[in-house]
Design a protein around this ligand. Sequence first.
Ligand SMILES: Nc1ncnc2c1ncn2[C@@H]1O[C@H](COP(=O)(O)OP(=O)(O)OP(=O)(O)O)[C@@H](O)[C@H]1O
Length: 256
Amino acid sequence: MDLSLRNITHHYDEVEVLRDINLDIKQGQIVCIIGPSGCGKSTLLRMIGGLERPASGEVLQLGDPPADCLNPLTYIFQDFALLPWRTVEGNIGLVLEDHKIGAAEREEIIADVLARTKLSEFRSAYPRQLSGGMKQRVAIARALSVRPAVLLMDEPLSALDSQTRELLMDDLVDLWEKENYTACYVTHNLAEAVRLGHKIVVLSRRPGEIHEIVEINMPLSERTNENAELEKIQKRLWNLMRDEARAADMELVNER
Ligand SMILES: Nc1ncnc2c1ncn2[C@@H]1O[C@H](COP(=O)(O)OP(=O)(O)OP(=O)(O)O)[C@@H](O)[C@H]1O
């Protein structure tokens, strides 16, 4: 299933937040959205996920989600959003409870996503027993369990330290190599964007408009840390963003 965003514009009261966003998210692609603080990245993601309706414009779902899909548009949040009183298995099972799935099938789905995220031996652990990186792996496993058409990730690695972020990026790359999942990935971190994005959408400061879309054709598996080509693209992204980011920063200070 592809997504197509057509002329999305939004405002909160008098404040215009997004202006005329047109964007295609093709099946099997990771689309990263970057832009200065407060430019409307999370708002745009909520519109894509159907959590909020834009003031004008629309988000079209083109084609069918996977046949066995339980939730076409599935979020992964920065703060993991795990229930502390449930085990890993219990947290994943929770999102399956609203669906008509028998115990045997539920068990099968849970075992499958735990294996795919290398968590099988942690199925009985509680969140408090897990590191931040492991908690986010559980959140990824939970999202995969509903066989989404598109994963919507809002700064999924920003609560983690830099080493853990690297490991999780490796995991997301490995998973993409195996499964070619589709994702829309909001981040502040340009290194994450060039590592994971097939397409990087640069938004201007508020109201967020598409400033530029940068496509990277290099296979994800070849995107190592010290890759000169990626460093060049990262620099270019920063050049696109620098003045806007500075202006947005000043704006926030002035508003306080
Ligand atoms: N529900 C809301 N009601 C009113 N204003 C809102 C609401 N949600 C977001 N905003 C405002 O809309 C603007 C865009 O917010 P949003 O969180 O989408 O930006 P962002 O680019 O994700 O920011 P950041 O990079 O800091 O996470 C901000 O000025 C924010 O204060």
